[in-house]
Ligand binder design. Structure first.
Ligand SMILES: Nc1ncnc2c1ncn2[C@@H]1O[C@H](COP(=O)(O)OP(=O)(O)OP(=O)(O)O)[C@@H](O)[C@H]1O
Length: 764
């Protein structure tokens, strides 16, 4: 591409020394020691490339700017320089240096005097490369006089101009200057330049970036997640208050300082909002945080859906990114990640993500309220801070920043973490949050009073029972080797629901738990992954499960596009030996289908090598319901549906389970002998619609969205949603055939365009 000619502005920025205001530097909390004009300044123009320092890959290809070799004696360099180069170098040492106002106290008189000192490249020894960005390299630098360490961000002028990135540098500098001294933001001391490069002298964050921390430990436990999440959100709050939107918040841009505390960096794509007229009595500046901007900035995995769907962002994109990072802290991976950017965008656009097994309920609740498609429905920072996850955090007294970091530990599943949160009214989010806290408190107390272990035990029992059922050793109920398929339901229990449940449990006490308890006692589940698998379903479905059944699915016209099964069943562990995919190249079996009261269909499938690759595809499926022969209520938590294959429905809510049992039994009785598969379909369809009506009437469950109601059996769209889409109905994309003719190619074109425009990626 032809380089564009320089504009006046570019010229001013790039070729005039960058002079921070005296105010900027006298405010510095870490003033540099008095500067002594060094003799060894050298121009970097025309020097050879340093082996250990380089620009970002793109920059390297073009730059004349080099990272100065560490501790190199410049007098040796001088020998190789011709007089004109030496002259230019000396000119730049003068022109490019930063002018710093230093306040010096005379030790004898105690008098305070101000000195203007110049600082430039010659005043630092450059060391190892700390990082590599898309348009810069960051190197460690040590001040020659004080021995203090800094991180110097080096940007090649030529590259910036050629890649039209000049405005990013301007924005970064302005933003950092505005934010100087703000907690949680990396400090910019000053900038200087030479002929080839611009230099940002930044506070050094010796503990690397947050991504490295997550990677090192695999994930972070709740305590660590809370500690870092509270710092991140508080820093974002400060940014927004000052009228700056970061727009590229991601773990790589969250650094850890010497005390292992958060420092946000990389403000190159930040948006600096104009000040609005304010009627604030204190004269505080006012900014329109919801003002839309069209720039396509960010990083694929953390980019908000409104940018992809509607081509705009505002301050809520930072909240979205915060949600992604919170998820990543616990899950160890970002919620939206695919093999390429196009597919990642697709996932983001569809809010297609899944919580990992045993994801803690409280954090899950928060993440669900952050990763919301509609920015208006996303929690605000105030609401985030009021969320129960941050109940123990005081955002007002500075302790977020003063407290020492906890010992970094990875997340481990615990019964406590899986304890469901009570449901609250959906009306007012603020009230909801307040209610949530109250409800949680009042919920926690009686539980601990009655029996602290009850809640925990229940979850363990359910899980173990399910595992046992899956392992075909469910004492007294299954013959060894019985070919069973266990199906599970879960509901989030509210205080009310639990009360109801307890009542019913008493009524059916004779039929309940003993067999389950027997199983859970003394028998180690054979398959640990099965436990995780079941705990996932037991604890991660927030909706009533209306139906669980075995299904056969066929994939049409996808021969050339292997199926990404993880899209549907990311945590599927295949704990029992289920059938292999059928022989037909375009067919495979899914093992179970769960239909929930929100009209969602969740498919849990067997993985197979040919399904691993990630591709867009459309599933069309037909259902083959097993011949149901008998339905047994085994206990207050488990239904057994007998047929050629035995199905278990595990349901913690006895009321729902019993209702289901009654309904099915009635249907069974009404069913003529030798009923056809069609009739069976109808039976289940009727069951579903009756159930939906009932639950709606009783207002026990969230409203069923019009578009996701189940009419005439299972909608094709029901398998498209990941379990965590928060109840928002998302339609399946158009079929492959349709897509290839129109939508698909459009999307593809759009994605290519996006990629072109994407200024930040996670290529690093
Ligand atoms: N102050 C610092 N202390 C220590 N390491 C740093 C510092 N600043 C940056 N780094 C390292 O350098 C990397 C690149 O820095 P930065 O993100 O600012 O560059 P960039 O060119 O703006 O990158 P991007 O491609 O994200 O736009 C960071 O991910 C981090 O690892």
């Amino acid at each position: 591409m032809k380089n564009r000619s320089l504009t006046e502005a570019d010229h001013a920025l790039l070729f005039e020394p960058s002079l921070p205001t005296a105010e900027d530097h006298t405010q510095s909390q870490h003033p540099l020691d008095p500067f002594v004009d060094g003799r060894d300044s050298r121009s970097r123009s025309g020097l050879r490339a340093s082996p250990q320092g380089r620009f970002g890959d793109k920059a390297l290809a073009s730059t004349r700017g080099f990272i100065p070799p560490a501790n190199e004696d410049s007098s040796q360099h001088d020998m190789g320089l011709d007089p004109s180069m030496r002259r230019r170098r000396d000119e730049w040492a003068e022109r490019g240096a930063a002018k710093i106002i230093k306040e010096v106290v005379d030790p004898t008189t105690g008098e305070l005097t101000k000195h203007v000192v110049k600082m430039g490249i010659k005043d630092f020894k450059f060391g190892e490369q700390l990082g590599d960005g898309s348009y810069s390299s960051v190197v460690l630098a040590t001040a020659r006089d004080s021995g203090k360490k800094y991180a110097v961000k080096v940007l090649s002028k030529e590259y910036l101009i050629r890649q039209k990135k000049v405005k990013y540098v301007t924005v970064e500098k302005l933003a950092l200057q505005k934010l100087n001294g703000t907690k949680g933001i990396i400090r910019l001391f000053f900038t200087f330049q030479d002929e080839a490069s611009l230099y940002f002298l930044l506070e050094y964050a010796p503990h690397g970036d947050f991504l490295a921390l997550i990677k090192k430990h695999g994930s972070l436990n709740e305590q660590c997640a809370r500690y870092y999440a509270s710092q991140i959100i508080d820093a974002v709050d400060s940014l927004h208050t000052i009228g700056i939107i970061h727009r590229d918040i991601k773990p790589e841009n969250i650094l850890l300082d010497k005390d292992m505390k958060v420092k946000l960096t990389d403000f190159g794509t930040a948006k600096i909002l104009p000040e609005e007229p304010s009627d604030d009595a204190d004269g505080n500046p006012c900014f329109d945080l919801n003002a839309r901007s069209k720039s396509f900035v960010g990083t694929a995995e953390y980019v908000s859906p409104e940018l992809l769907n509607d081509s705009y962002t505002d301050s809520r994109c930072d909240i979205w990114a915060f949600g992604c990072i919170l998820f990543q802290m616990v899950a160890g991976k970002p919620p939206f990640k695919a093999s390429n950017e196009y597919l990642t965008f697709q996932k983001v656009m569809k809010i297609q993500y899944a919580f990992t097994a045993g994801f803690p309920q409280i954090i899950k609740d928060l993440v669900k309220k952050l990763l919301v498609k509609e920015p208006n429905d996303r929690l605000t920072i105030e609401q985030i801070k009021a969320h129960i996850f941050f109940q123990s955090v005081n955002f007002d007294d500075g302790s977020v920043w003063d407290d020492d970091p906890p010992e970094i530990q990875p997340y481990k599943i615990s019964a406590e973490a899986l304890k469901p949160l009570p449901k609250v009214s959906e009306t007012d989010t603020t009230t909801k949050l307040a209610n949530l806290q109250l409800a949680y408190n009042s919920h926690a107390e009686p539980t601990s009073q009655t029996s602290a272990a009850t809640c925990q035990d229940r979850s363990v029992i359910s899980m173990t029972a399910a595992t046992a059922a899956f392992n075909k050793d469910y004492t007294g109920q299954l013959k060894p080797g019985h070919n069973s398929n266990a199906f599970v339901r879960s509901s989030s229990s509210s205080t009310d629901r639990e009360k109801g449940q307890r009542k019913i449990t008493n009524i059916h006490a004779s039929r309940s738990s003993p067999s389950i308890t027997t199983v859970s006692k003394g028998k180690e589940p054979r398959n640990r992954s099965a436990d995780i698998f079941w705990s996932y379903f037991l604890k991660n479905l927030d909706e009533h499960v209306l139906l669980v059944k075995e299904v056969e699915l066929s994939v049409q016209a996808t021969k050339s596009l292997p199926v990404d099964i993880e899209t549907f069943a990311p945590d599927y562990k295949n704990p029992c030996d289920v059938d292999s995919p059928t022989d037909g190249a375009d067919k495979f079996y899914k093992r179970m289908l769960v239909i929930t009261s929100l009209g969602r269909g969740l498919i849990f499938a067997k993985n197979s090598p040919r399904m691993r690759k990630e591709h867009e595809f459309e599933l069309q499926f037909e259902l083959k319901l097993n011949q149901v022969e008998k339905i047994n209520l085994i206990n207050d938590q488990m239904l057994q549906i007998e047929g050629p294959k035995t199905i278990f429905i595990l349901c913690k809510d006895s009321a729902v389970l019993i209702e289901m049992w009654k309904l099915m039994n009635n249907e069974m009785r009404a069913k003529p002998k030798g009923a056809s598969a069609n009739l069976e379909y109808k039976m289940f369809d009727k069951f579903i619609s009756q159930k939906i009506k009932k639950t709606k009437r009783k207002n026990q469950v969230p409203r069923v969205p019009e578009s996701s109601r189940l009419v005439n059996g299972l909608p094709g769209s029901c398998i498209s949603k990941a379990p965590e889409e928060g109840g928002t109905n998302v339609k399946r994309p158009a079929s492959l055939q349709t897509r290839s003719s129109s939508n698909y190619s459009k999307l593809l074109a759009r994605s290519t365009e996006m990629r072109k425009n994407m200024t930040r990626t996670n290529e690093k």
